[in-house]
Design a protein around this ligand. Structure first.
Ligand SMILES: C[S@@+](CC[C@H](N)C(=O)[O-])C[C@H]1O[C@@H](n2cnc3c(N)ncnc32)[C@H](O)[C@@H]1O
Length: 296
């Protein structure tokens, strides 16, 4: 398929913009792409655009999020229609359209955890940044300046994604450990856990924390099974470095990807470039991927 890579809606932490750089470190072709922390599955979609894998495994602990992805692949027009109905309703509220967002949020939090409601909440909330309270309720606020992705644009994107992934994708909503267990040689695991800054503290940006030590230990399991993997793990913005490095004993090569100007620093009148780290498994390095670009 030619043309632009389709996407669902803006999702904070999405690797959509970094995908072309990340894909450079994948083999030209492999059996399954496994995404244990899929979010909106930007890397799965970009990989499928290039027909790099035979099969795709999408997983995220956030079950309603996986429901969105499942619907996108199996019933894209139906999901877009449900979204369109919700999206249109906001205009009945005139300039008070934020009230409509709060009404849908209330419905979602009180039982109607369906894909269309969550899709609308993500499309309309501040920076596509999902936030959950300790009781599991979605508690992000609406972006009052936007109405959220237009349903016609959304439908085109969803149908394109369905076309790429239908019949070759499995969906799970499990803890990442269980997904690691499923990996075999010949698969590639792309690992994008929540940022360390938000994993152990009270920040509710993601569903669950991922402890550093436990995470490093699970990566050793992939090493023992000689499985190819890539890990996106925190980064550097200007002088500020986020998170600690993964242990050297894992034998990975760390490179820095240029993620462009940080919107935060641009707002503050500074111009700092953000770099995001990518760890390449030893097994992949041995496959002689673009080693000239692997700088350390
Ligand atoms: C940085 S985001 C991934 C973004 C994704 N690469 C994209 O392009 O949209 C991390 C994801 O990990 C999920 N998550 C958090 N803890 C998890 C766990 N223990 N197991 C599986 N997924 C988890 C979160 O719900 C979140 O969607």
């Amino acid at each position: 398929m030619n043309g632009k890579t389709p996407h669902i809606v803006q999702y904070q932490g999405s690797k959509r913009k970094l995908a072309p750089q990340i894909l450079q470190y994948m083999p030209k072709h492999f059996n399954r792409l496994i995404e244990p922390f899929s979010g909106m599955a930007a890397i799965t979609i970009a990989t499928a655009m290039e027909h790099r894998a035979n099969f795709y495994v999408i997983n995220d602990l956030n079950q309603p999020l996986v429901e969105i992805l499942t619907q996108v692949v199996h019933h894209p027009s139906q999901l877009a229609d449900e979204y369109r109905k919700i999206w249109n309703e906001q205009f009945d509220y005139g300039e008070h359209h934020a009230e409509h967002f709060y009404m849908i949020r209330e419905k979602f939090n009180h039982g109607q955890k369906n894909a269309a409601n969550l899709l609308y909440l993500i499309a309309r909330c501040v920076k596509g940044a999902v936030r959950y309270a300790e009781n599991g309720n979605f508690n992000q606020s609406p972006d009052k300046r936007r109405h959220g992705t237009n349903p016609d644009t959304l439908e085109k994107n969803l149908c394109a994604i369905s076309h790429l992934l239908k019949g070759k994708t499995a969906f799970f909503s499990l803890d990442y450990h269980e997904i690691f267990e499923m990996a075999h040689q010949g698969d590639l695991v792309y690992i994008d856990p929540p940022y360390q800054g938000v994993t152990n503290g009270k920040d509710s940006r993601y569903y669950s924390g991922v402890s550093f030590d436990e995470f490093a230990e699970s990566i050793q399991l992939l090493n023992r099974k000689h499985i190819d993997y890539l890990i996106s793990y925190d980064g550097i913005c200007g002088e500020k470095e986020y998170g600690k490095d993964l242990p050297e004993s894992l034998g990975c090569k760390k490179i820095l990807l240029n993620a462009g100007l940080s919107s935060q620093s641009t707002l503050l009148g500074k111009k700092s470039v953000t770099f995001e780290s990518l760890y390449i498994s030893q097994s992949l390095i041995l496959k002689q991927l673009p080693l000239t670009e692997v700088t350390a």
